[in-house]
Design a protein around this ligand. Structure first.
Ligand code: NZQ
Ligand code: ZN
Length: 386
């Protein structure tokens, strides 16, 4: 096991009716900006619950943050934050709204001229404007981590940022919000969280027994709840386990002391930037070819995963490892997610070279747990995913 430090300051308020506690979790004298997405919260009752809980606070609103939070729209919110001297933000939404608010948290205190530099120059944030979240879509884990991914449509870029100053102060995780999530987004959430665990697990054996078993238990829980939640999102127990699994998949815990990969995400982000394919679906497109391409360096963990998570008992190490890859693809497909790029766009010829070019441009020239995957390797992997 590698040396590590672990601190996660986000307070979690989990369960039914926890939204009410916003009234006491947000400082009484705060000037609050509540931010949300395209309007789902106005249809499913979450907006009413939040505004009721905030009735004793001074609150301004900013709606319209789109999926894949857009820089230009966030800049409008930044102006309000500065003009109105906002002291606390509340993100009510999924990963896109929460990530957008993280960018604003950083940009609000940023002293440079061009907030885009936070992303382009990969400036880490050590202090941000405080914010809390009400999670409406289990998927990204953004509600309990300090990372964010922002899109700029103008240049077709999707770049990550983060830093210890960007953990939410608190996050409300009420599983009843799952009831109104459409099937496509439920599938996305399951696939995204599943792949988050894989990115932190499917590397090489590092002697981290507990981290491995924590990761495997999250995968097993997601596999078990997936059909239940897809069938009936109002199933509270299934929703609760789904939600907590997504948070635990990317709150920093399982990646401590172990090597991590994240190459699937880096290639996937480029596919979203190019074609607007949902984040989770880009991961499902890349995963099989990534694991097949890197089979030699990942086969021990692939076999362990096949044995422990999918109960594959027969065959050699290589055969089990291959079964692990096949089971992963089958899992995505069981959610109704297509796993080939050509199933999403006719524009796919030439994509691999373009992804490689963009990775190089953004300095991502050594991906993977060994830092050895060059853009030329990414090109082959994306091509295998056509
Ligand atoms: O915008 P509204 O109208 O609210 O609708 C949203 C949106 O259209 C809808 N939705 C959310 N909660 C709902 C609901 N509809 C009905 N009922 C509810 N309770 O779902 C749609 C998708 O929302 P979005 O926030 O975009 O989804 P998700 O949570 O999957 O977030 C994806 C974004 O997070 C980034 C992705 O790149 C992408 O931009 N990621 C962030 C990470 C992080 N910060 O740690 C890690 C991830 O790997 C990922 O990259
Ligand atoms: Zn993800």
């Amino acid at each position: 096991m590698k040396n590590f430090e672990f601190a996660n300051p986000t307070k979690i308020l989990f369960g039914k009716d926890q939204i009410q506690k916003l009234s006491t979790e947000i400082p009484q004298d705060a000037k609050v900006l509540m931010l949300y997405g395209g309007g789902s919260i106005k249809k499913n009752g979450i907006y009413e619950k939040v505004t009721k809980a905030l009735s004793g606070h001074e609150v301004l609103e900013f709606g319209g943050i789109p999926a894949n939070p857009e820089y230009d729209i966030l800049m409008k919110a930044l102006k309000i934050i500065k003009d109105e001297q906002i002291t606390f933000m509340l993100a009510v939404g999924g990963g896109s709204v929460i990530d957008g608010v993280k960018f604003l948290s950083s940009a609000a205190l940023y002293e440079g001229d061009e907030p885009w530099d936070i992303l382009a120059k990969r400036i880490r944030t050590f202090k941000g404007l405080p914010f809390g979240t009400v999670l409406t879509l289990p998927a990204t884990g953004s509600e309990m981590n300090s990372g964010s991914v922002i899109t700029r449509a103008e240049t077709k870029e999707k770049l990550a940022m983060g830093g210890p100053g960007l953990f939410p102060v608190f996050s409300v995780l009420d599983p009843t919000v799952v009831t109104s999530i459409p099937e496509r987004q439920l599938a996305n959430g399951l696939a995204d969280a599943f792949t988050h665990v894989l990115e932190q697990y499917m590397t090489y054996p590092a002697g981290a027994m507990l981290q491995d078993r924590l990761a495997e238990s999250i995968l097993q829980t997601l596999i078990e709840v997936a059909p239940q939640i897809m069938k009936n999102p109002a199933d509270y127990q299934a929703a609760a386990n789904f939600m907590w699994s997504c948070t635990m998949a990317l709150n920093g815990l399982i990646q401590k002391g172990v090597p991590t990969d994240w190459a699937i995400h880096m290639m996937g982000h480029e596919l979203t930037a190019l074609y607007g394919i949902d984040h989770a679906r880009t991961l499902a497109i890349i995963a099989e070819s990534h694991y097949t391409y890197n089979f030699e360096s990942k086969k021990e963990k692939l076999a362990q995963y096949a044995e422990r998570v999918w109960r594959v008992t027969d065959g050699s190490l290589e055969e089990k490892a291959k079964a692990g890859i096949a089971q992963t693809t089958a899992f995505y497909q069981s959610l109704g997610i297509k796993t080939k790029l050509s199933e999403y766009t006719d524009q796919y010829p030439g994509t691999a070279a373009e992804v490689a070019r963009r990775l190089k441009e953004h300095g991502m020239t050594g991906l993977g747990e060994h830092g050895t995957l060059a853009p030329t390797d990414a090109e082959k992997i994306v091509e295998m995913a056509y």
